[in-house]
Design a protein. Sequence first.
Length: 268
Amino acid sequence: MDAALDRMYRYRLPFLQKELAHLPEHLTLGDLRGLDHYHYCGTTAIDQAIQRLDITAQSHVLDIGAGVGGTARYLAERVGCRVTGLELQPCLCQMAIELTERTGLSERVTFIQGDILQGLSGQYDAWLSLLVFLHIPDRETLFQQCAAVLKPGGRFYIEDYVQLQPLTTSERETLAHMVACPDLPTIEQYQAHLQQAGFGDIAWENVTPAWREWVQQRFLAFREKQDDYRQKHGDELVESYLSFYQAVAELFAGGNVGGVRIWGRRDF
Ligand SMILES: C[S@@+](CC[C@H](N)C(=O)[O-])C[C@H]1O[C@@H](n2cnc3c(N)ncnc32)[C@H](O)[C@@H]1O
């Protein structure tokens, strides 16, 4: 696996495991609030996806880059649909399976460990992907595979980083080494990549102001509670989280890095 991606996620699982030690065996999605979403703005983001994906309880949805499965579980509980999560990192995928069993949702929510660049068998009614594609610079292969897993006419929803203005050298370095984002497209480049892969009806929304505020609040809230976290998780983990959260807050505050929602459908 990519070294930057490994660095970025190394502390997430130990953090989650210690937090889980204080929770009951049988979990509700509420118990996991703040722990199992690695995208921004929690369930609000998934509610936005639900509105745009046109899914029902009969749909089978693919969550690309599922992390520990929070998005997949919320979708299944909220809509009643089946969800398959695809996750690159075996340890995160295993945790996604365990949490789903503990929330009683395993009949409708399953996970596959794998790389979207290698493709996936089957075709889904819709897919979504929240804060994943920034890690995948080969957009041509990525969107070809994303098109292949969607039924013709099926809908997709993405939340991702974009480049609003030219990046400084230091921002490029932070993105590459701390955020595992080696290349950041503009919104025009993003749309062109999607169109080349056969996606149409593409619409997008700039969510930068909301994300700028959210990542800043995340950093401040973590810093405020750092003494508790140091006791529970140790200094190394806390320092790592603090420097990561601060770096992301500074990237968005700088005005060159932004966030978008993009949605549309497979056109053929
Ligand atoms: C920021 S996390 C978001 C996780 C999840 N979407 C969420 O919102 O909680 C990005 C995830 O994408 C996964 N990922 C990165 N590259 C991938 C790939 N090529 N195929 C599948 N998953 C990938 C990472 O392992 C990580 O779990």
